[in-house]
Write a protein that binds this ligand. Structure first.
Ligand code: BG6
Length: 491
């Protein structure tokens, strides 16, 4: 990040929620500590809770202490923090918010820059954005921007409705739709690796790449989010956003510049080119699963159906694997396999780019011995990437071995980046939309997901079909086996 003198009033709706305490305040505190704001920053937390600013400051202090090792000068930061009780449906509370905003604008010299963070249920997004406009809160000298959390809609229709509501008060360039995966260092590294290296970009196509595998597995279950998860499932919770975002970054054409519009335009083109699948193809190419009880880290864990707030006959999927194809000349014939699931064998977000085997490798006696070159991007944990190449085994005969050239992000760099949210909030403050979803990205990804969902809805699945702590259902292995491939599980 470059040091910039940012001035802004950040108003957080849902400031007493889990996301705010765990991610947002520690991230803003970090940016403050790094000196990006100088003194020109004020933060208003709003929520339904009846709290004084002093009580709120103490809660935020605790949350920062919980998230950050040895925080310094928290009180200096807390001096910029205010609380206002807010019922988002009541117009008067926006009038009070306007008054407080104007006062803080003057006191902290904020140049009329306002950022509204909607860290709350999407059901309220429309109401809040309408009221922000009607009350005059968005009528400012500086910038007026809004950050909205996911889920952005439940299908294409509801996403469109939501978008139209927000667009009444904010222009597209003022709307920042969060996908926290886009704030992760190694996901931001995909473009740099591809476009910054002569050894990759010329090979990045169907002539040299055999397949791409994207995995986001979790050991966690659904925790206390049963009610939300029952209406979502892994397809909407993870694939529609995070996994398709990774596909679009891996597959996009070289943008004409690194400006956000140029990059997002290319991502949209990928999502638009996702091969449209017929019903039978969807059944073949997409696998769903739900976890049964099992053992994770030596502890027995519950089946999904027995989790709190989950229907005991639930057919919600907690696992998805799929084969995605892209209909363009660069990617035709290259499968992108995606996989995500809860209660799996380990927590890992990993991308494996498998190159085609060298057709004439004189050092191998049979074609089966010949190993593919792999580029492995470890998004989490052990952030970094490695290249697997073939080399000579150090002995006197002709034997070959796979040599791994690893890069692991140094701990000191990791400590500096803290969290995806810190990167993303910074981007919003400087007006950079690169790492946020454009409406058209959402539109095409929902179109793709809606089709799968409608085919799935026709036939109830036989759940549960995988044990907690496993690699997911057997069908997921078969998906690749059919194509003569297998998941790279142990890289
Ligand atoms: C969220 C999903 O978007 O991403 C959660 O709603 C999931 O269900 C989480 O657990 C995973 O994020 P990460 O960064 O831990 O991979």
């Amino acid at each position: 990040m470059l040091k910039q003198n940012i001035s802004a009033l950040i108003t957080i709706f849902g400031a007493t929620g889990d996301l705010s305490y765990r991610k947002l305040f520690p991230s803003i505190y970090n940016l403050f500590q790094k000196g990006y704001f100088g003194k020109s920053i004020a933060i208003i937390g709003t929520g339904l809770d009846e709290l004084t600013t002093e009580e709120f400051r103490q809660q935020v202090k605790l949350s920062i202490k919980n998230q950050i090792e040895k925080p310094r000068d928290i009180d200096e930061f807390l001096y910029h923090l205010f609380y206002q009780q807010q019922n988002v449906n009541q117009q008067e509370s926006y009038e009070q918010l306007l008054q407080l905003s104007q006062d803080l604008d003057e006191e902290f010299n904020l140049e009329g820059n306002r950022l509204f963070y909607l860290a709350m249920s999407p059901n309220f997004f429309g109401t809040v954005t309408n009221n922000l406009k009607d009350s005059g809160l968005t009528n400012v000298q500086g910038f007026s921007r809004v950050i909205v959390e996911k889920p952005f809609g439940d299908d294409l229709k509801s996403a469109e409705k939501l978008n139209n509501q927000i667009r009444k008060s904010f222009k597209e360039e003022e709307i920042f739709r969060i996908d926290h995966y886009l704030g992760k260092e190694m996901i931001q590294n995909i473009e740099r690796l591809r476009f910054g290296n002569t050894i990759f970009e010329p090979l990045w196509n169907n002539k040299y790449i055999s397949n791409i595998q994207i995995t986001s597995s979790e050991t966690l279950g659904i925790e206390d989010r049963g009610t939300y998860y029952e209406s979502s499932g892994a397809l909407k919770d993870m694939v529609q956003n995070h996994l398709l975002q990774m596909v679009s970054l891996l597959a996009m054409e070289v943008p004409s510049s690194r400006k956000s519009n140029d990059i997002r335009k290319e991502k949209v083109r990928v999502l638009k080119s996702l091969k449209s699948l017929k019903k039978e193809e969807i059944k073949q190419n997409f696998v769903r699963g739900q976890y049964d009880e099992g053992v994770i880290n030596n502890e027995t864990v519950l089946a999904y159906k027995d989790e709190p707030n989950v229907d005991s006959k639930s057919i919600t999927e907690t696992f998805v694997a799929g084969k995605i194809e892209i209909d363009n000349s660069r990617w035709s014939g290259v499968p992108f396999y995606i996989r995500t699931g809860k209660r799996m064998y380990k927590k890992a977000i990993q991308i494996v780019i498998e190159f085609k085997k060298n057709p004439m490798n004189i050092y191998y006696d049979t074609p089966e011995e010949n190993e593919s070159n792999l580029l492995v991007i470890n998004v989490q944990p052990n952030e970094g990437f490695s290249l697997c190449v073939n080399g000579k085994k150090s002995n006197q005969n002709d034997e070959m071995q796979v040599v791994k050239l690893p890069y692991i992000m140094p701990t000191k760099d990791k400590m500096n980046t803290v969290d995806a949210y810190e990167n993303l909030i910074y981007d919003v403050l400087i007006g950079d939309q690169t790492n946020f979803s454009h409406w058209e990205e959402l539109m095409y990804s929902w179109k793709f997901i809606d089709k799968i969902k409608s085919v799935w809805n026709e036939e109830p699945p036989a759940f549960p079909n995988y044990k907690s702590g496993s690699y997911g259902p057997n069908e997921s292995e078969k998906l690749l086996d059919r194509d003569g491939l297998n998941w790279w599980n142990n890289l």
